[in-house]
Ligand binder design. Structure first.
Ligand SMILES: Nc1ncnc2c1ncn2[C@@H]1O[C@H](COP(=O)(O)OP(=O)(O)O)[C@@H](O)[C@H]1O
Ligand SMILES: [Mg+2]
Length: 253
């Protein structure tokens, strides 16, 4: 089966800095693929290329096997590749419903936006409630301002919003880093439910327990290259840390 999203020999330099030096990987439907690596390994750069925030210097992004070049994150989202950034991009003073529909102006052709008739606030609230319920997100009141939600609820809202409008790929940058333990668990459970719907999920995380708990496979980036792809019995904290730090360099996988 063709992976929903793949990259082939991706290179990206910023002036003389080689942030990506030839990265190839596939994100499969229904899996959570971890992306780990030390600071400066190239994780954010890879995410930016995948979501259309920047262009690669060379190499290919493949969407369902076809070369894709997203002009910007909105184009990527239209093509089914949604991203939740670390800052979540929520409007704090606006309520959950308004945030859920934020930016949908661009997607007026989208069936969900059409069906919600998105000037109809009752219909918008009903859709928000049903989408949040579908993913069993714990947000008690959709008329709360997003700044009055807990960190975990905000993260859940950002994820639910992203996947409500997309069907293929979800890219997540450190979704649990600012959360307490219980909220981390809830967000990880939500990520599993998203992948359970057949969406391909890429999870950037430096929290090894999260990676072990939620990822089917993990790619370790080191100095702009894939140092290892770990799965099954090889997906251990020891191996992850070994490849992240370079201690396992040259070791057969
Ligand atoms: N906009 C930029 N301009 C110049 N150098 C950059 C830029 N973004 C990232 N870099 C460099 O590219 C390398 C990879 O960075 P990044 O992708 O942010 O790594 P990570 O997310 O794994 O910490 C680093 O050396 C970083 O300094
Ligand atoms: Mg980064």
């Amino acid at each position: 089966m063709t992976a929903p999203l793949a990259v082939r020999d991706l290179k990206k330099h910023y002036g003389g800095v080689q942030a990506l030096r030839g990265v190839s990987l596939d994100i499969e439907a229904g899996e959570v693929l971890g992306l780990v690596g030390d600071n400066g390994a190239g994780k954010s750069t890879l995410l930016k290329v995948l979501c259309g925030a920047t262009f690669a210097s060379s190499g290919e992004v493949l969407l369902d096997g076809q070369p894709a070049r997203f002009a910007n994150p909105a184009a990527a989202q239209d093509a089914g590749v949604a991203t939740v950034y670390q800052d979540l991009a929520l409007a704090g003073q606006r309520d959950v419903v308004a945030n859920f529909f934020l930016g949908r102006e661009k997607l007026a052709g989208n069936w969900l936006a059409r069906r919600a008739g998105w000037l109809d606030s009752k219909a918008m609230a009903a859709h928000t409630v049903s989408e949040l319920a579908r993913l069993r997100t714990r947000i008690p009141d959709v008329h709360l301002a997003s700044r009055d939600l807990s960190g975990g609820q905000r993260q859940a809202l950002a994820i639910a919003r992203a996947v409500a409008w997309t069907s293929k790929v979800l890219l997540l940058d450190e979704p649990t880093s600012a959360l307490g333990v219980e909220q981390q668990q809830q967000v990880l459970d939500l990520i599993r439910r998203v992948s359970g719907e057949g969406i391909a999920v890429l999870l950037i995380s430096h929290q090894m327990p999260d990676v072990l708990r939620v990822c089917d496979r993990a790619v370790v980036l080191r100095l702009g290259l894939v140092a290892a792809t770990l799965s099954g019995a090889d997906l251990t904290s020891e191996n992850l840390i070994g490849y992240i730090t370079g201690a396992m360099e040259g070791r057969e996988q």
